[in-house]
Design a protein around this ligand. Structure first.
Ligand code: SF4
Ligand code: SF4
Length: 713
């Protein structure tokens, strides 16, 4: 630039700008590389995690979740703000790089960005810098004035993060301001020097600053130009090196975190990656006990959390005051990692995580509902970590007292209630039911095609047995050629596995797999989403499985099931999505389609439905363990249904039924609210005047094949 020296040419205190900026570049890059190298140390020491498969699928997810910011709009205001900031950063990345080089090579122009293209890019970057600057201002106002509750840090989790967040937002705003001032001062100096005036984007920050500076003499503009450049350089490198010390590290790690995110979310992590089940006896320690027992990817999760609080905002355990907030599972682990693997100094001695940064109750409080993972924009994983921490506790003998008995019963009797195995099929022998229905016990000789897998709660719980009977009646009605395993069935082990008892789970699973294979069936149906999830994802080499809601929806569609109109037209129904049917298996529409097919049934949605459904309180072993809480999850869910205007809650899971029916009583809402399982409702509403050959045959036989006659006994 004639008349006004470029930043590289300016000399002060005998040091040229070129030398100064070269030094800043070298120091900045060296510091950043050193810090990142130190941050990688725990990842190198972490456990294996096989995340290098299916690169194209992973790239697709990067495009969707990272570049496309797919989950951000789930929180409209904050999400929109983030999309603008992210897009602004992407646009400005090339500009930032070329601005850095200009400090040592004043005539540098990024290849491809000269001439008209460069002019257009310049206009876009002017707006991008302005938008990012404004977003920072808005974000600061949100933090300081509106204070969204999800950003708050409860006293038990330490100090507020507001000051750090504001500092970072201010730093980014400063960077944008410096960049804009640099461009503005340069443009303002062009006219007095007789050079062609560079077009700046109208109403952008550089445009406004240029107009404000225009009347200044050249020497003043030169000082603004050099000063802005220096501030830009310093704030850029300061930000780069400061980010790995806190939440802003996600700027660097998020792309990798999303690329390596779990592809099969529904499949639980193995005890040790790379160790087959046959060799598990050689594993000295199960689960996570120390920080280094986490896998490298789970450590990367800790670095990648943006502290947005969305996970905890949706966590039912957090909502009812249990001592669990997923956000702080991550934040505490990250702080632990920073503390024990410091950037300056040596690694300090590690401690057991449970008992130091985590409490036992905190880890047992999780219902594995998956709401946190569904919400996280950075695909941070929780269920695997929590199950791994539980595996560590179980391995160390730290099992809550109330759970010891059901676990022993599962081991000895195959059900958590300690009931006799031979009573497993008694539900099918109920008197009135037996008069009209025959439930066959499977045997490879009887050639039945379908297994109805009942699971423990429906087999043994007096109330839930009604779901089993309704399921049988529906299967009969649609002509399904089915039977049950009877005494040969064991608990699916779904909850046992999520509780951290992997070996017990394997024993239950192996027993069931053998029994299923011996029965010779081609397909499995279950009315229990937990059993469905186990059979579908935890078991291998078993026939395809369907939940009863899928069967009903299909048969309604095919015209095999027709419904009578609801008797009480004043009832308002709402459907509660069971976590293991909805979030974990994306079966949202089938149950709703079935309800909508019943004439006269009024259905409304609760505020939290489908993938944002609120867990009723945890199935399986959670029925035997009650962590400290201010309110029952079920009660909160029932209130949500009442708030939506419903007086009948329909669900499709026996565990949900236990929790919701219990909650209705606890909340004293027996007069206003009832709960019913989808299978029960369908059985109640089926128009049975249509020909029903199988039912007639069943009625003729009037016999329930006794469990004792089962060859699989
Ligand atoms: S899985 Fe559910 S209960 Fe567990 S931390 Fe996540 S949201 Fe909370
Ligand atoms: S884990 Fe995800 S949702 Fe939770 S605070 Fe971190 S970034 Fe936000």
């Amino acid at each position: 630039m004639e008349g006004m020296q470029s930043a590289a040419q300016v000399t002060s205190f005998l040091v040229t700008g070129r030398a100064l900026f070269l030094l800043i570049h070298i120091l900045g890059v060296a510091c950043f590389s050193y810090i990142v190298a130190k941050r990688l140390v725990p990842l190198i020491r972490g456990e294996r995690d096989l995340r290098f498969d299916r690169p194209l699928v992973r790239l697709g997810r990067v495009l969707k979740f990272w570049l496309g910011q797919w989950k951000q709009p789930r929180y409209r205001a904050a999400g929109t703000l983030h999309i603008f900031i992210f897009a602004g950063f992407l646009v400005l990345a090339i500009r930032a790089f070329s601005v850095l080089i200009v400090g040592v090579s004043e005539n540098f122009v990024m290849p491809g960005l000269s001439g008209k293209v460069g002019d257009i890019y310049g206009i876009i970057t002017d707006y991008a810098a302005t938008i990012v600057f404004l977003c920072m201002v808005i974000a600061v106002i949100r933090r300081l004035v509106f204070k969204p509750a999800r950003y708050a840090v409860p006293a038990k989790y330490g100090k507020s993060h507001t000051a750090d967040a504001i500092f970072l937002l201010a730093l980014i705003a400063l960077l944008m301001l410096a960049d804009s001032l640099f461009a503005a001062a340069k443009a303002a100096a062009e006219a007095p020097q007789g050079q062609p005036v560079e077009a700046l984007a109208v109403l952008s920050l550089p445009w406004m600053l240029r107009n404000a500076l225009a009347s200044n003499p050249l020497p003043v503009l030169a000082r603004f130009y050099f000063g802005a450049y220096l501030v830009h350089e310093l704030s850029f490198y300061f930000l780069l090196c400061y980010r790995p010390f806190g939440i802003q590290f996600h700027v660097e790690t998020s792309l990798f975190n999303i690329y390596f995110a779990k592809l099969d979310r529904e499949i639980l992590k193995p005890v040790r990656w790379g160790v087959s089940e046959e060799h598990l006896d050689q594993v000295k320690s199960f689960g996570v006990k120390t920080f280094e027992d986490f896998t490298w990817k789970h450590m990367l999760d800790f670095y990648s959390c943006a502290d947005c609080g969305r996970c905890s905002d949706n966590c039912p355990a957090n909502a009812v005051g249990r001592p669990l907030s997923p956000r702080f599972i991550t934040i505490k682990a990250r702080d632990y990692s920073f503390w024990h693997y410091p950037v300056f100094g040596r690694k300090s001695k590690g401690t057991a995580l449970v008992g130091s940064i985590y409490s036992q109750d905190e880890i047992w409080s999780c219902t594995t509902c998956g709401a946190c993972e569904e919400e996280c924009p950075l695909l941070v994983e929780y269920i695997d970590k929590i199950v791994d921490l539980r595996r560590g506790m179980v391995d160390g003998g730290n099992v809550p007292q109330s759970l010891q008995k059901p676990l022993k019963a599962l081991e000895s009797r195959g059900n958590p209630y300690g009931k006799l195995e031979k009573k497993r099929a008694d539900w099918a022998n109920a008197k009135e039911f037996q008069q009209a229905r025959s439930v066959k016990i499977l045997d490879h000789r009887n050639g039945l095609e379908t297994l109805y897998f009942v699971d423990s709660i429906t087999s043994y719980d007096d109330r839930m047995q009604a779901i089993g009977r309704a399921t049988v009646k529906i299967l009969n009605h649609v002509g399904e050629n089915f039977g049950i395993l009877g005494v040969a069935e064991r608990d699916s082990g779904h909850e046992v596995r999520r509780f951290g008892e992997e070996t017990l789970f394997m024993a239950l699973r192996d027993h069931n797999v053998e029994a299923i294979k011996a029965s010779g069936v081609q397909r499995i149906v279950t009315s229990d989403p937990h059993a469905y999830n186990a059979l579908k994802h935890d078991y291998k080499n078993v026939p395809p499985v369907e939940h009863i809601s899928q069967v009903i929806a299909r048969e309604v569609q095919a015209g095999k099931i027709k419904f009578n109109p609801v008797k009480n037209a004043n009832n308002v129904y709402t459907y509660h999505d069971p976590c293991y049917l909805g979030r974990h298996n994306q079966i949202y529409d089938d149950p709703r389609d079935v309800l909508d097919a019943i004439p006269g049934l009024k259905r409304i949605e609760m505020g939290r439905a489908r993938d944002r459904s609120f867990c009723c309180g945890g199935g399986g072993l959670m029925l035997f363990y009650e962590p400290k809480e201010d309110q029952r999850m079920g009660v909160k869910r029932v209130q949500m249904a009442a708030d939506a205007g419903a007086n009948v809650i329909v669900t499709a899971c026996p565990f949900c039924m236990v929790n919701i029916e219990d909650a209705i009583k606890v909340a004293g809402m027996e007069e206003k609210m009832t709960a019913i399982d989808l299978a029960e409702l369908v059985d109640q509403q089926i128009a049975r005047e249509y020909p029903d050959v199988i039912e007639e045959q069943a009625a003729e036989s009037k016999e329930c094949v006794p469990a004792s006659s089962n060859s699989l006994k």
